[in-house]
Design a protein around this ligand. Structure first.
Ligand code: CP3
Length: 348
């Protein structure tokens, strides 16, 4: 039996519109917090395939979403390229030695060497493939990666940033060095995605969470073209595996008609009006999104948005999601309400 989420990604008619939430396996779930405290830390959880698989599946039963997203983090890729990573409570991720020179970059592992080190991710996927098939409910498994640009921002800044001044200094003052970094990361990510597919994911999503840091006239050169290269590489080998692109905060890029590439689904962030995305992209791509995640604090605001999205998209070529990740302090019952409302308005 085909999976409703995969069918929707491929633009086929489905009995209702599927829904999932970015960051759905996470801290708003008490059951996630329990497993995390059992293993001691977030990174331990990423490195433990049995436990990572367990938290991946939690939102399926607890929240009722139509697809599971692999539990891991985008930063395991630079970590396995050789960059020491820690997650500091309340501060987020930190690389102890950010890269700033060609020598730093050359010291990192690349290609196959780096991609094969991510064995715990592939093991998690293999467990999930088996468990999902055994459930027989045809819920899909989404694999993912960060985009080369989004990964590079952490590799260069060493941590999250509000200004992106270190990586943007490189963008304008040493563009060749930034391109060399993006090239090396792209080559690892292609193999990483390929290995996720071989291990059993049904769909892949490329997160370009920090797309908006680049001005629209430079976005293609420093981010989008690399994402498209990854998508084309995968499409040539695995034409049946849908690819979702999620560049966050690129309304100007969409409005100017600059989106191109061979992929299936465009993830619309919450700052881009869905009607604009539909007008500019709806013929070429299935659209995913895009409720402002903070609407989840109010069931009324949630219902209002879900109904508005249904009116715009009409249940065609659409996947319900948030316009970015769910926040840790959202009440669980409101997340369940969101999923139920998406199913209700689209006829489940
Ligand atoms: O449910 C899912 O979506 C699957 C798991 C997932 C995580 N991170 C788990 C996580 C996914 C897909 C990601 C992707 C990710 N990681 C992105 C891109 C998506 C986005 O939100 O834009 C980014 C930018 C990261 C980097 C990252 N990881 C940051 C900035 C942080 C700390 C910020 C925060 O929310 O605390 C993380 C940690 C992280 N990744 C957590 C989870 C559940 C929280 C860690 C914890 O349990 O303490």
């Amino acid at each position: 039996m085909s999976k409703i989420f995969v069918d929707a990604c491929l633009g086929k008619d489905t009995p209702y519109t599927p829904v999932w939430m970015m960051r759905q396996a996470g801290r708003y779930l008490p059951q996630y917090m329990a497993v995390r405290s059992e293993v001691g830390s977030f990174l331990n959880l990423c490195h433990n395939p049995a436990k990572a698989a367990e938290v991946t599946l939690q939102p399926l039963d607890i929240v009722g979403v139509d697809a599971a997203i692999l539990f891991s983090d985008i930063l395991v890729v630079p970590n396995e390229m050789g960059m020491e990573l820690s997650f500091i409570k309340g501060e987020g991720p930190k690389f102890s030695h950010p890269i700033s020179t060609l020598e730093d970059l050359e010291g990192l592992l690349g290609g196959e060497e780096a991609a094969t080190r991510l064995t715990y991710v592939y093991e998690t996927i293999a467990i999930l493939r088996q468990q999902l098939d055994a459930r027989g409910d045809n819920k899909a498994l989404i694999g993912f990666t960060g985009s080369p640009w989004t990964l590079a921002t952490y590799m260069i800044e060493g941590e999250g940033t509000k200004t992106y001044n270190i990586c943007k200094k490189m963008l304008y003052a040493q563009p060749d060095l930034l391109h060399k970094i993006l090239r090396k990361v792209t080559d690892v990510v292609k193999l990483y995605m390929e290995k996720q597919i071989e291990a059993g994911v049904d769909v892949v999503q490329i997160f370009d969470s920090w797309a908006a840091a680049i001005e629209p006239s430079r976005y293609d050169e420093f981010s989008w073209q690399y994402m498209v290269e990854i998508a084309h590489y995968l499409k040539a080998k695995y034409p049946h595996i849908p690819i979702i692109m999620f560049p966050k905060g690129v309304a100007a890029f969409i409005e100017r008609g600059l989106v191109y590439g061979d992929f299936d689904v465009f993830g619309v962030d919450w700052g881009t009006p869905m009607a604009l995305a539909k007008e500019k992209l709806g013929d070429r791509y299935v659209l995913q999104g895009n409720m402002e995640p903070c609407r989840l604090y109010s069931q009324e605001a949630t219902t209002q948005c879900v109904e508005a999205l249904q009116t715009i998209m009409g249940g065609k070529r659409h996947i319900f999601n948030l316009g970015h990740g769910i926040l840790p302090d959202v009440p669980l019952e409101n997340a369940i309400h969101f999923v139920n409302e998406c199913h209700r308005v689209s006829g489940k």
